[in-house]
Ligand binder design. Sequence first.
Ligand code: 5CA
Length: 440
Amino acid sequence: MRLSRFFMPLLKETPADAQIVSHRLMLRAGLIRQQSAGIYSWLPLGLRVLTRIEAIVREEMNRAGAIEVLMPTLQSAELWRESGRYDDYGKEMLRIKDRHDRDLLYGPTNEEMITEIVRANVRSYKQLPLNLYHIQWKFRDEVRPRFGVMRGREFLMKDAYSFDIDAAGARRAYNRMFVAYLRTFDRLGLKSIPMQADTGPIGGNLSHEFIILAETGESQVFCHRDLIDMPVPPAGIDYEADLTPYIKERTSLYAATEEKHDPTAFEAIPQDKRLSARGIEVGHIFYFGTKYSKAMGAKVAGPEGQDVFLEMGSYGIGVSRLVGAIIEASHDEAGLVWPDAVAPFDIGLVSLKSDDAKTSASCLDLYERLQNSGKDVLYDDTDERAGQKFAVQDLIGLPWQVIVGPRGLAAGEIEVKNRKTGERRTMTPDAAINLLTAAP
Ligand code: 5CA
């Protein structure tokens, strides 16, 4: 993509009402634009990041055996009256009337709708287990939307729902999601810690929040320090195998959010290993048994022909919140520092003199060769001055910068900068291609 033809509206001034660094940087680097409180447009750079996160979430869900569907954002109030949550949900739910005066709502979550789909289509235990998920916009009329996409009113969520014939099966489904979540956040360059958590309006009595430690996080959390660097399950993990030993190991050390905090258990941890910190909740998994299946009559024929209510769990990831969480974990004074896996482009190619024929020819050659080897390149072909171009590159935080100017070219060299380490090296264009297209 040529910058001269791209749409990347940067802000010069830091927006006064943005309180945390991720929100400030998302606005300054033109990732999002606020449309109303807690409601954002995703501009091209932001959308590219969001899409890449979504792809990783999808890949790990599929690998764990979940199946993708897409449910609508608007739901009928009737479904929610069946579960009893239409009244319980209160003001957080956005309620809408259509032209026939029917009650609709903008979905804050989808337990009811997915239960209806499974109730209508699954008749026998032989069709189980089943885990269905979608990645869809949600609306919650939060009392205090804040910190940009961290606590929005409209936000993108991955929500999965598992259906099993018995509690043991449901626990296996829960364990699979537990492992898939650790892998997903690791691939996004984040260290997540599963913590015992409150189930709130979703229900049930077993749940884990996946927390990223960050000073700006909204949750107060308590845990054993050794959890921070625990290894993550490998890509080849067998999801059909018994994952219990793995989950046991992961949950053997104390980790809880404020609502579930047990000071006695916490103080039993050696003092130098106690961690009381702030965290961002990027995912939340729940086991709630037959709460929805009983209320909504979702049952199947069991092995002996008897009717059995479905055992269920639900599993959420805050996809749009993750953009903010990744930035909180990875930035510096000059701007964003994207992990390779989610960067909006792999490389920023900077021409130091766009009106110089040799420089332009060299840039174009690099641009084409890098793109042909599968790299996404943002080519700054504008006629801004060099200092300004460097500041923009640092602000948008692409993993690599390739800087091409007449003086270097006269010596047959260009410059390559690693955004994360700040290291700059001069080399020939061929050496740069080799470096940047080497397998990650
Ligand atoms: N139905 C369940 C699981 S699918 C559910 O809704 N869980 S949840 O309420 O915990 O939300 C799942 C995830 O969505 C949270 O872990 C969080 O990362 C994200 N999330 C929740 N509310 C917001 C919000 N207002 N803004 C941005 N992300 C949010």
